[in-house]
Design a protein around this ligand. Structure first.
Ligand code: 5GP
Ligand code: MN
Length: 338
């Protein structure tokens, strides 16, 4: 199903892959489990089909994903931009995974917009941009990994799924569904997981690698943040966590250490809307999560130049960290989320 009026369905792109091609795959900046999982699963699959594949992450891979099969093959654009640009220039086809607007790749935005090769999107976010020629855009899907699984099946290649591909797809489905509990965890997700389990994956180990690989300082940082930096707005069924650069320096916070932080307030009875405001070197980043009928994708789009999914979205602010917090509180009192 095409996601916009310009994009053709994925079936129309299949002839492009009928002979060996140079393929460039990328994902969004600050990649998460679904971004890296989907990119690596597709990397393994297209390589197995005889293509020459280069996978580029716009920024470095968090350490809790470094164990993933093929992670050592990834090019980090921020560290090796020349290599990534050379791969893009010689590519015949571009795949974009787990995002639908090139601005989400940050520093690769312009070069991707200017690239003339066919662009194929595999994604599950709302409101895709109109420059993709082909793709699958399914906001009802749990994860981009589930979309990659569908893509492999549409290609008629279910039998080609290896343990490595299955492990990668398991990571994205697991992380984007909050370990198979969010509403997007449909029967089709469980059917896919059953299929992936049949390829010999070690799901207990995967869970441990992703969730039980914290440093001691990350754990203490979480304790500090929940005590000192979380505000609960009972009246609005909402909560806010704010992370300043100073706080993060104090605990030597590493890339990936803030992953999942925004979800903690949703475990408080009555809290239906959680926000994380993070002060970064060059911007103020926002993460939004909700339970039930409060559309945080719309909220992010309207107020913070962002987007995402109905119950999980993100955005950014051009104001200072402190001004962003006050601005957020003003909006909260105006909209009174339920
Ligand atoms: P996170 O809070 O984990 O950064 O992002 C949550 C969801 O919102 C993800 O699916 C992510 O792709 C999307 N998202 C995060 N930041 C942005 C943004 O700045 N713009 C858009 N359009 N989506 C975002
Ligand atoms: Mn995703």
């Amino acid at each position: 199903m095409p996601g916009n009026s310009y994009m053709q369905s994925i079936e129309a792109a299949l002839p492009l892959l009928s002979e060996s091609r140079k393929i460039f795959i990328t994902t969004h900046h600050k990649p998460d489990g679904d971004a890296i999982g989907s990119m690596l699963a597709l990397y393994h699959y297209l390589t197995a089909r005889g293509h020459d594949v280069t996978a580029v992450s716009p920024s470095d891979v968090p350490s809790f994903l470094a164990w993933m099969p093929g992670c050592d093959k990834l090019i980090n654009f921020e560290a090796q931009s020349d290599k990534a640009i050379a791969a893009l220039n010689k590519a015949d086809i571009i795949f974009g995974l787990d995002f639908n607007d090139f601005s989400r790749t940050k520093h690769m935005d312009d070069m991707l917009k200017q690239a003339s090769q066919p662009k194929i999107m595999l994604d599950h976010h709302l409101h895709p941009a109109d420059y993709w020629q082909y793709g699958i855009s399914r906001s009802d899907k749990s994860s981009t990994c589930e979309v990659v699984y569908d893509f492999i099946n549409i290609c008629g290649d279910n039998a080609m799924i290896t343990k490595e591909m299955a492990s990668c797809m398991y990571v994205g489905a697991m992380t984007d569904t909050g370990s198979f509990r969010f509403p997007a965890t449909t029967a089709s997700v469980h059917l896919m997981i059953a299929d992936l389990m049949g390829r010999g994956i070690d799901h207990t180990r995967i869970h441990e690698e992703v969730y039980d690989s914290w440093s001691e300082s990350r754990m203490r940082f979480l304790g500090y943040v929940l005590i000192e930096r979380m505000k609960v707005y009972r009246k609005y069924n909402a909560a806010l966590i704010t992370l300043s650069r100073k706080d993060m320096q104090l605990f030597n916070v590493q890339n990936g250490d803030t992953e999942g932080l925004v979800n903690y307030p949703l475990s408080i009875a009555g809290v239906r809307f959680a926000t994380l405001i993070t002060e970064r070197a060059d911007e103020v980043k926002m993460s939004f999560r909700s339970k039930g009928l409060f559309d945080v994708s719309n909220f992010a789009r309207l107020h913070f130049n962002g987007g995402g999914h109905f119950n999980a979205s993100g955005g950014r602010s051009t104001m200072s960290f402190e001004e962003t917090i006050s601005h957020f509180e003003r909006i909260l009192s105006d909209i009174h989320p339920k």
